[in-house]
Design a protein around this ligand. Structure first.
Ligand code: KG4
Ligand code: ZN
Length: 377
């Protein structure tokens, strides 16, 4: 199936073109185009994403990205099988821009964007049913099917029989969820955060340290220069016998620590002692957050006898997390697959929306083409 995918749930405008094959038994993806227009510079001065600015930028970027694909892939766009678009969760004004754009592509009367595509004639489907709403979280969840480190833009054959049952951890700016995937089609939520998402806590701690938005990559960079053992931040809910998380207390502990230490901040230029102290805070905070995520994920893996661990979402692009996780798996002598997509498919992108759309199309799980900011799994 030739799939066009559109993602506008937050601050990345993304369009991808992919070819999917293999069905539910052996899904494979060839990524033909993967375009992203990032709005980071626009939102950075505000310290977070401003919904109406995001909407304005998506409206501007969607036709630009689409025309880039149109120029080089005209033939494919004329014989598409599926158009997938994120319908939630996310910022509703931003989600609507993608949904409206997707609709306009198949609506010959709507020349608002002055572009249109043809969906390949399919005996069983009307053009409308080939417009497919996708849950952004399914996008992250199914990103383990996308190329992993050292793979090019085509996925190798994953032997699904050796993968399931699997424990899936989705860690992004809006979500922290632990799931049991029984097979490709069936999954069950085991637990989630009771307050802040882990990515959100990275963003908030970064702001406390005077680092720019988004905070996750900045904390990762700063943490490399610090010693995580010098400060003992709490590990919230670590020993509770459930699979839930909490990160707001950890952030508050960082806040109190910084207040007591007279506001350590990396933007106090030229002060080496201050910078070293800030690096230690970043390293210790990151270690505390990852300890909880990893401990609970490993516990679920053992208790539910999983064969794999999948990690996805923006925070999964953090190299220290991957290293800690690998070490822990080795220490515990677990014989499991660790499936983490390439960095570019951990943070928001449209390829994952196309992949999840393909799987959900096959398992007949459609979503209404309405923006739903609070859509769950
Ligand atoms: O999945 P994503 O791109 O968007 C959402 O669906 O939320 O995740 C964005 C989140 C942000 O909170 C960002 O700070 C965090 O992922 N993030 C990271 C890293 N890269 C992005 N957190 C920790 N380390 C990173 N390298
Ligand atoms: Zn996301």
């Amino acid at each position: 199936m030739k799939i066009l995918a559109i993602e506008t749930s937050c601050d990345e405008t993304a369009i991808a073109l992919l070819e999917a094959s293999g069905g539910l038994r052996n899904p494979k993806f060839e990524i033909l185009e993967n375009l992203i227009a990032s709005q980071i510079k626009i939102h950075a001065p505000f310290g977070g994403v401003v919904p109406n600015l995001a909407k304005r930028e998506h409206l501007k970027n969607l036709p630009i990205l689409f025309k880039k694909i149109l120029n080089s892939r005209f033939q494919i766009l004329n014989s598409l099988d599926l158009i997938c678009v994120t319908v939630g969760p996310g910022l509703e004004p931003a989600l609507w821009t993608g949904i409206t754009f997707a609709k306009s592509l198949i609506n010959a009367d709507n020349r608002g964007y002055n572009i249109s595509v043809n969906l390949r004639k399919n005996q069983h489907k009307s053009a409308k049913s080939q417009l497919f709403g996708v849950n952004h979280l399914d996008g992250h969840l199914y990103s383990f099917l996308l190329p992993q480190k050292n793979q090019k833009l085509t996925t190798k054959n994953l032997k699904l029989k050796t993968i399931f049952p699997a424990i899936a951890l989705i860690i992004s700016g809006g979500h922290t969820v632990l799931l049991l995937m029984k097979n490709l089609k069936n999954y069950k939520k085991l637990g989630e955060t009771r307050d802040d998402a882990v990515g959100e806590s990275f963003d908030k701690v970064a702001r406390l340290l005077g680092l720019p938005y988004p905070g996750g990559p900045e904390i990762e960079k700063l943490a490399e220069k610090g010693n995580s053992a010098t400060i003992d931040f709490p590990r919230p809910m670590l020993n509770q016998k459930n699979y839930d998380f909490s990160f707001s207390g950890l952030k508050t502990s960082v806040l109190y620590y910084l207040r007591d230490m007279k506001n350590i901040s990396v933007n106090q230029r030229g002060n080496q002692r201050q910078s070293a102290a800030a690096a230690a805070v970043a390293a210790a905070f990151q270690k505390a957050a990852f300890d909880v995520l990893i401990t609970k994920t490993i516990r679920a893996t053992k208790e539910l006898k999983a064969k794999s661990i999948m990690v996805s979402g923006g925070v999964a692009s953090n190299s220290s997390l991957k290293n800690y996780l690998k070490l822990k798996i080795k220490d515990e002598k677990l014989k499991i697959n660790l499936l983490i997509a390439k960095k570019e498919f951990c943070t928001d992108n449209a390829v994952m929306i196309g992949a999840a759309g393909y799987i959900n199309f096959l398992r007949k799980k459609n979503y209404k083409l309405d923006a739903n900011g609070n859509l769950g799994l």
